[in-house]
Design a protein around this ligand. Structure first.
Ligand SMILES: [Zn+2]
Length: 296
């Protein structure tokens, strides 16, 4: 579907909903995120052909972050078109070694993140970007906003002309299972506050997140969605803090997760790491499992 002038959303099938791939159709084609490994074949190529363009016209891929459901299609498209791939500097190690993310998560949270095999094929990052960069592609100016929290490299791409902001998983909304964070609740909240200051007219998210359950948000919905995201993480963080304060003995992530309504275990882990950095909680290791308690 066309979201704004020459900017199209391609819904790539993913789990029970979809992951967004965005096609910017100038003289050449720029894709922002390319779904999972099968997305070029099942969604992206068919969409481009349907609107009269050819996959061979893809010249650039820009990634919002290095997660398998956003960068899984890169290796194939790169091989077939020779396109250049743009990645945030913190994402470079993760795309060039697809195993790294699982390795690190297992080391940080051994009890909840089993050592899984890579979910995509590694590839080389051709161009590295960072916060404040402006990518000039086919006369279009795309501003890079580094918005970490969901992952260390999460970035939003703001198109100067249309005010379209492509957010990937940077803004997670609020509701069942959200936010899903793999990096930092503190930086996530800071990223939401920062995004509220940006001139965003249309927000395209990586999935149809609650409460709107749409991947394209316009006008007032944009600020509402970012505010809901901020409220969501604040509420969850204080919930984790209350659970720990009331606990009589140290708790594992799983035990806290069972008590925290509609949350995700890995998000709880990120919150605990932040509370530990703030000097509020401590962890101890027993039988290979970390247990957490308030520092008194
Ligand atoms: Zn993600």
């Amino acid at each position: 579907m066309e979201v704004a002038k020459r900017i199209h959303l391609i819904k790539c099938p993913w789990l029970k909903y979809f992951v967004s791939s965005i096609a910017i159709l100038d003289d050449a084609i720029t894709l922002v995120d390319v779904g999972a490994s099968d997305s070029p074949r099942t969604a992206i190529y068919p969409y481009l052909k349907e609107i009269g363009r050819e996959p061979s016209e893809i010249s650039h891929i820009i990634l919002t972050h290095a997660h398998l459901d956003h960068c899984g299609g890169v290796a194939q498209i790169k091989k077939e078109t020779g396109c250049k791939v743009y990645v945030h500097k913190s994402g470079k190690p993760y795309v060039e070694d697809a195993d790294l993310i699982n390795k690190e998560l297992h080391e940080r949270f051994p009890s909840i993140c089993p050592r899984e095999k890579p979910g995509f094929e590694s590839f080389k990052a051709d161009v590295i970007f960072e916060d404040g960069d402006i990518l000039e592609l086919d006369g279009r100016r795309i501003h890079i906003l580094h918005t970490p929290g969901h992952s260390p490299d999460s970035s939003c791409l703001l198109d100067e002309e249309t005010g379209v902001c492509i957010a990937g998983d940077s803004v997670q909304g609020r509701g069942e299972g959200r936010p899903l964070l793999f990096y930092s609740s503190k930086e996530y909240a800071e990223s939401m506050r920062r995004l509220l200051q940006e001139p965003v007219k249309v927000l395209i998210t990586g999935h149809p997140f609650p409460p709107f359950n749409e991947a394209v948000l316009r006008g007032e919905q944009v600020v509402k969605h970012i505010n809901e995201s901020l409220k969501g993480i604040k509420e969850l963080k204080s919930q984790v803090w209350e659970i720990l304060k009331e606990a009589e003995k140290p708790l594992s992530i799983k035990q806290i997760h069972e008590k925290a309504v509609a949350s995700r275990a890995v998000t709880i882990g990120c919150i605990l790491e932040d509370l530990e950095k703030e000097g509020k909680v401590k962890r101890e290791r027993s039988n290979g499992i970390y247990k957490w308690s308030v520092k008194r």
